[in-house]
Design a protein around this ligand. Structure first.
Ligand code: ARG
Length: 564
């Protein structure tokens, strides 16, 4: 079935003395243009081994190998070019997709192993900004991709629900707050207190001391402090959950920072016992010089724990609880150094599983070139963005398809899907600018464009009066116009594996855009519904495109409406 494997096997038979299949596999290229065939094998390496001209070798290989499985094989310069047999290839690929449906591209490289994913992890009592969106949707897409290739992902929301900011909030609330106002609009109100605290503390530094005192009370279990903390946390969580519902994303655990309060002492003891702690100006540190990293600050001089102390406890807890084969952290680039330190300390502690910790960074979202930040009040609330996106989607539906039933639901799927898709189509490490009008357009490199292409495929099938093409029917397609689509379809399983290896959902998003583009081009040039010998195969192609587009969107966490 695998066409590349066919090429490898054919070459192996004539080159077995010089190269093994793995080496051949690595050397095979996909030519830039289809007039050079579908796969190409360069002969430069053999030229060195044989001390011969590469052109000569290319034509020798063509003369020797078995061409019967291919449309043709030819030597062009230093390359051996393979042209696949289109009819046979199309029948193979289409049959595979029609048989497996949404399971096309499934793999079992994960063998059911647990993978924890630390994702989203917003800080309590602060708004869920566009910045948090990235960790949430990238983490979710990675979880979907992991499931597809046979892992068992465990999505953990490591809420920032502990720390000195709670001291600040308590002080602000007691000075300027009122309960009704918080209940009415929790996050905005808490944010307002937080911003005001920072403003006032600039002129009145004593406020900071008060905040420290209240945080200390919280740590000591003071009743009032605990009550306020819990209340702020509950109200914030309610709002976060509303946003996750909008996005269609859920979590397996909401174990935040506070969950590890009673699990840090054991780590500190272990570090001590393993002689890894050193005193430095009153603080306790782990020296990471030999890793080329700054020392990890484990305890402040007053005995207070730090962010990394908590993450050491977190990582250890996760290993002991889930025995993960991999542990992922989807967190913004500014924390890359922190996760390097974390991994280094764990490996010093002798935790063999530290090597399975994988930090997954991502770039910033900017607006008009400026960074989005929460502290200064220069924030874009994700919820507003999703609402605006839905409105824009509805406008376009009203223009194109005014009598569509359940318009609001579709507009929601399109608007929210557009925001998610836009986030995922960029290489995750790249920063990108966010312009809502661009993001929600039905044409161009957008989520709605992919959704719309699927809708178009579905409507062709409806017009043909057909739901599914049976996999055991005539599926040979010789139409050269369909060739780009067929090759893309055949490439989907490898694409999923690549996205998995690179923790890169953009591989799937870009693939979906290519496939959608190839399909729209095909549709503009070929008449699918004409009655001839290949009509069944053409409909199978249309259904296969729809199946794969839906699957790709599902991996990204984007809905695929049947009509829009
Ligand atoms: N709450 C943190 C923040 O918003 C992210 C937490 C990431 N996860 C972790 N285990 N440190 O910056």
């Amino acid at each position: 079935m695998d066409q590349k494997q066919q090429v490898i096997d054919t070459l192996s038979k004539v080159l077995s003395n010089e190269l093994n299949s793995a080496e051949i596999a690595q050397m095979i290229e996909v030519p830039k243009t289809s007039d050079l065939g579908d796969y190409a094998f360069p002969t430069f390496m053999l030229a060195k081994l044989r001390h011969q001209a590469p052109q000569q070798i290319a034509s020798d290989i063509v003369a020797q190998l078995d061409q019967s499985a291919f449309e043709k094989v030819q030597a062009t310069g230093a390359y051996v070019n393979f042209f696949l047999n289109k009819a046979a290839y199309s029948a193979d690929v289409l049959q595979d997709i029609l048989t497996k449906q949404q399971h096309y591209g499934d793999a079992n490289v994960g063998k059911g192993g647990n993978v924890t994913i630390d994702m989203s992890s917003p800080n309590i009592a602060k708004p869920f900004s566009m910045g948090h969106l990235r960790s949430t949707v990238i983490g979710n897409a990675i979880a979907n991709i992991l499931t597809k290739v046979g892992y068992h992902p465990i999505k953990i929301n490591h809420l920032g629900d502990w720390g000195t900011q709670f001291g600040k909030l308590m002080v602000a609330y007691m000075k300027w707050g009122n309960e009704a106002e918080v209940k009415q609009d929790p996050i905005n109100t808490l944010l307002k207190y937080y911003v005001r605290f920072h403003r006032e503390a600039e002129d009145d530094p004593a406020l900071n001391d008060e905040a420290r005192l209240w945080f200390k009370k919280l740590e000591d279990g003071d009743e009032k402090a605990t009550y306020l903390w819990k209340w702020f946390r509950d109200e914030s969580l309610k709002e976060f959950k509303r946003i996750y519902d909008e996005l269609g994303i859920d979590f397996d655990h909401y174990t935040g920072e506070s969950f590890y309060n009673d699990k840090m002492q054991a780590i500190v003891d272990e570090l001590k016992q393993k002689h890894l702690l050193e005193e430095s100006r009153g603080a306790q540190i782990v020296d990471l010089d030999k890793f080329g990293l700054n020392p990890a600050l484990i305890l402040k001089s007053d005995g207070a724990t730090l962010y990394i102390t908590r993450d050491l406890a977190t990582a250890t807890y996760r290993y002991n609880t889930f025995h993960f084969v991999k542990s992922l952290y989807v967190v913004g680039m500014e924390q890359e150094g922190h996760f390097k330190q974390l991994k280094a300390v764990l490996s010093l502690m002798g935790d063999e599983w530290a090597k399975d910790i994988q930090y997954i960074g991502f770039g910033l979202i900017t607006q008009n070139g400026k960074k989005l930040s929460t502290r200064k009040g220069n924030i874009v609330l994700l919820e507003n963005v999703l609402q605006d996106a839905t409105k824009l989607a509805l406008d376009q539906i009203n223009a194109k398809h005014p009598d569509l039933p359940n318009k609001d639901e579709v507009a929601h799927d399109v608007g929210v899907g557009a925001v998610i898709f836009h986030d995922l189509k960029n290489n995750r490490l790249d920063s990108f600018d966010f312009n809502l009008e661009e993001v929600v357009r039905f044409e161009g490199e957008t989520g709605p464009y992919v959704q719309y292409t699927n809708v178009r495929a579905q409507s062709i099938l409806r017009k043909a009066g057909i739901k599914h093409i049976a996999p055991d029917t005539a599926l040979q397609l010789s139409d050269a116009n369909a060739w780009d689509i067929l090759k893309l379809l055949g490439d989907y399983p490898a694409t999923v594996l690549r996205a998995n290896n690179e923790y890169e959902p953009s591989v799937i998003a870009k693939y979906a855009l290519h496939l959608a583009k190839a399909f729209n081009k095909y549709y503009a040039n070929s008449k699918v519904l004409v009655d001839d010998d290949e009509k069944n195969a053409r409909l199978a192609l249309v259904e296969s495109v729809s199946i794969v587009l839906q699957n790709a969107l599902a991996l990204l966490g984007v809905k695929a409406p049947a009509e829009m």
